[in-house]
Design a protein around this ligand. Structure first.
Ligand SMILES: C[S@@+](CC[C@H](N)C(=O)[O-])C[C@H]1O[C@@H](n2cnc3c(N)ncnc32)[C@H](O)[C@@H]1O
Length: 371
């Protein structure tokens, strides 16, 4: 095994950067980082996103970029974190990245390959621009997932006229307002219409009346705060102009939407309190693209807690995560699925957890597989 000494700032216990140091990165870590860059996008997204696809390919061949990703704490070792930091620098007015990313967002790049080379040069010239931000977390708050959540919620809560929502890992809490978005098979210029293709024919999305909406997150973002707005935009893919327009429209509308109850803390620290706050009505606990960030122990505790609550009654849960997240009591995927698809698992009231279906990670399509 080859050991590579990398001089980067080390992470302190809280994930923040603490002083200079040398961390040891092995050649296995670098291989792992390369694979992560190579598989960061689902095949269907590679074709839609030429700049991000080329940038990820180029970073997967660049020693600096590999070492950067390998030095990230394991729960955040996601190439999207590096891409988000680069776009965050651009949005903050970096003299080279700023205009370049503006062109990407406007679809006005003259040459994808040249643009990608420029990004790599910037990264190599001053790697600390990115390395000092590695304590951040990818906090993409994707309203497209509301299309999926609406269909699954309509199903698991169909006998309940009134429902409270708890979202674990809510980021800014946009999906706690899932009833603000309507769903269409077709692209729409209306930012509050999200596009979702129902693979097996149209699904019911009529919602019960929603009561309390409670979020839990160790680092909740505020849509009224400029820095948080910038980080949320940085986490979006620059080539998806409609996602940027949608986030801008949500930021504008946010002060007129009803306020949420957001509990700052991890799932293990605050979930029980959230369940107490919502015990006046049937409650659905939701997690979307969060559980990778939990430790094994916290993930186990989380599933035990929500599944036991569902079995007792008064609660159901919806989990939408990578199929690599093992859900106790639910068999691993039995069939091939499009690479990058997310798996939907539900625990209905008085029942054991079961697979509900599959979806695109941003909700672009939805397939129900359960009866
Ligand atoms: C990728 S974002 C997903 C946000 C949102 N669920 C969505 O799908 O749009 C993951 C979120 O999980 C939060 N998170 C990380 N660790 C957590 C934990 N231990 N408990 C609860 N939330 C956590 C992060 O702060 C971040 O906001």
């Amino acid at each position: 095994m080859r050991w590579v000494g990398v001089r980067y700032n080390r992470f302190g216990e809280n994930g923040c950067l603490a002083g200079k140091g040398t961390s040891l990165i092995t050649s296995l870590d670098l291989d792992d980082a390369r694979r992560r860059y190579e598989h960061a996008l689902a095949p269907e997204d590679v074709a839609r996103l030429p700049f991000y696809a080329a940038l990820l390919r180029r970073l997967s061949q660049d020693a600096t970029a590999l070492e950067l990703l390998a030095s990230v704490r394991v729960q955040q070792r996601n190439p999207m974190l590096i891409l988000a930091i680069l776009q965050w620098l651009a949005l903050g007015g970096h003299p080279v990245l700023g205009p370049l990313y503006d062109d990407v967002r406007r679809g006005a790049l003259a040459s994808v390959d040249e643009a990608v080379e420029v990004v790599v040069v910037v990264l190599r010239e001053d790697v600390t621009l990115v390395s000092r931000e590695l304590g951040r977390s990818t906090q993409t708050n994707e309203p497209g997932r509301s299309a999926v959540l609406r269909a699954v919620l309509a199903d698991v809560a169909r006998d309940h006229p009134r429902v409270n929502l708890v979202e674990v890992g809510c980021s800014a809490g946009i999906n706690l307002h899932l009833d603000r978005f309507t769903v269409s098979e077709r692209e729409s210029s209306d930012p509050f219409v999200v596009t979702c293709h129902d693979v097996n024919g149209p699904l019911e999305r009529a919602l019960p009346s929603l009561g309390r909406r409670v979020g839990v997150d160790p680092h909740p973002l505020r849509l009224t705060n400029r820095d948080d707005q910038r980080w949320l935009k940085a986490c979006l893919w620059p080539e998806e102009q409609n996602r940027h327009r949608r986030l801008d429209a949500i930021i504008d509308a946010w002060p007129t939407w009803e306020p949420l109850d957001v509990l700052r803390g991890t799932a293990q620290e605050r979930l029980l309190e959230a369940l107490e706050m919502t015990d006046d009505a049937f409650t659905v606990v939701v997690n979307t693209w969060v559980l990778f960030y939990l430790s094994d122990d916290e993930r186990e505790w989380y599933f035990e807690t929500v599944h036991a609550a569902a079995r007792r009654g008064g609660v159901a849960s919806i989990s939408i995560e990578s199929p690599l997240v093992v859900v106790p009591g639910v068999a691993s995927a039995q069939r091939a699925h499009p690479s990058g698809a997310s798996r939907i698992v539900v625990a209905r009231e008085f029942a054991l957890p079961e697979e509900w279906g599959w979806c695109h990670p941003h909700g672009r399509w939805l397939e129900k597989t359960c009866p």
